[in-house]
Write a protein that binds this ligand. Structure first.
Ligand SMILES: NC(=O)C1=CN([C@@H]2O[C@H](COP(=O)(O)OP(=O)(O)OC[C@H]3O[C@@H](n4cnc5c(N)ncnc54)[C@H](OP(=O)(O)O)[C@@H]3O)[C@@H](O)[C@H]2O)C=CC1
Ligand SMILES: C[C@H](O)[C@@H]1OC(=O)[C@H](O)[C@@H]1O
Length: 253
């Protein structure tokens, strides 16, 4: 098992990639603190899945955009399990919208959840790891969108480039504490975030056609890579970015 007896924290773990990551961490032997937002039923389901794997789970319901959510989440996890070994910054939104009439509030909220939220959370987790004095691993979910643009994602792609950059700078700032910081750049993974966008058969066919491996990604495709980066198997990796996209980025022509 890759994460035996580690304590893993995951933001945005009610569904999609975050949920798969929390469950994979438990499968790999970790106790897991899950941040959810507004969805008590989903939170209870994740806890049940983790406990069915023989591990402990604790839920912290909070909006990652608020700085106090970060300190609250880390405190709740530390109270429950005594420490923080791995932090996964995953929570994110992508409300597709055109550039020329982007509502200010949509731009602001996307930035506050995806980038500021990641910053506050990673900072709080790092402070706890530094206090413990035994290092740790931080993994942030960036995106292929850190590298390429999207017509309906002008508010979103800069947040994902920012998250990737945040991990690079944190790798530098935290290396002396033995804390490794890396990002995962998923391609198109079928989750609720793009359910409406991919409901258009033409768009779905186009996106699938771009992927050499021939299918959209699944949350579990990302969760396994996060588990690897969080584990000692990746003990000399820091400041790295792993593209997990079925080959889509490489497929120019
Ligand atoms: N799916 C994809 O193709 C890709 C996704 N990503 C990134 O992966 C991450 C997860 O996305 P994905 O699983 O696909 O999407 P989902 O919509 O399935 O899940 C998003 C998760 O983030 C949570 N969340 C949203 N806003 C907040 C908030 N303010 N505070 C706390 N939690 C919040 C949601 O909680 P709630 O249920 O309460 O809304 C949910 O658990 C995102 O950062 C996304 O940008 C990156 C590349 C590709
Ligand atoms: C929401 C998008 O469909 C998804 O998220 C990303 O980061 C990529 O742009 C994916 O296509």
């Amino acid at each position: 098992m890759l994460l035996e007896n580690k304590v893993v924290l995951v933001t945005g773990a009610s569904r999609g990639i975050g949920r798969a990551t929390a469950v994979e961490a438990a499968r790999q032997g970790a106790d897991v603190a899950v941040n959810t937002f507004r969805d008590e039923a989903a939170a209870a389901e994740v806890v049940a899945e983790i406990e069915a794997l023989g591990r402990r789970a604790v839920v912290f319901d909070a909006d990652v955009a608020l700085p106090e959510s970060a300190t609250g989440f880390v405190q709740a996890a530390t109270q429950a399990f005594g420490r923080v070994d791995v932090f996964v910054s995953n929570a994110g939104v992508c409300p597709f919208h055109a550039f020329l009439d982007m509502p200010v509030e949509t731009l602001r909220r996307t930035m506050e959840i995806n980038l500021h939220g990641a910053y506050f959370m990673v900072q709080a987790a790092a402070n706890q790891m530094v206090k413990q004095g035994e290092g740790g691993a931080i993994v942030a979910i960036s995106s292929i969108s850190a590298l390429v643009g999207g017509e309906m994602q002008t508010h979103y792609t800069p947040t994902k480039a920012g998250v990737h950059s945040l991990m690079q700078s944190c790798a530098v700032a935290l290396g002396r504490h033995g804390i490794r910081c890396n990002s995962v750049l998923p391609g198109t993974i079928a989750t609720d975030i793009n359910k409406d966008d991919l409901a258009d058969p033409k768009k779905r066919e186009y996106m699938e056609g771009r992927i050499p491996l021939g299918r959209l990604g699944r949350p579990e495709d990302i969760a396994s890579v996060v588990a690897f980066l969080a584990s000692d198997m990746a003990g000399y990796m820091s400041g790295a970015a792993l593209l997990v996209d079925g080959g889509a980025f490489a497929n120019f022509q």
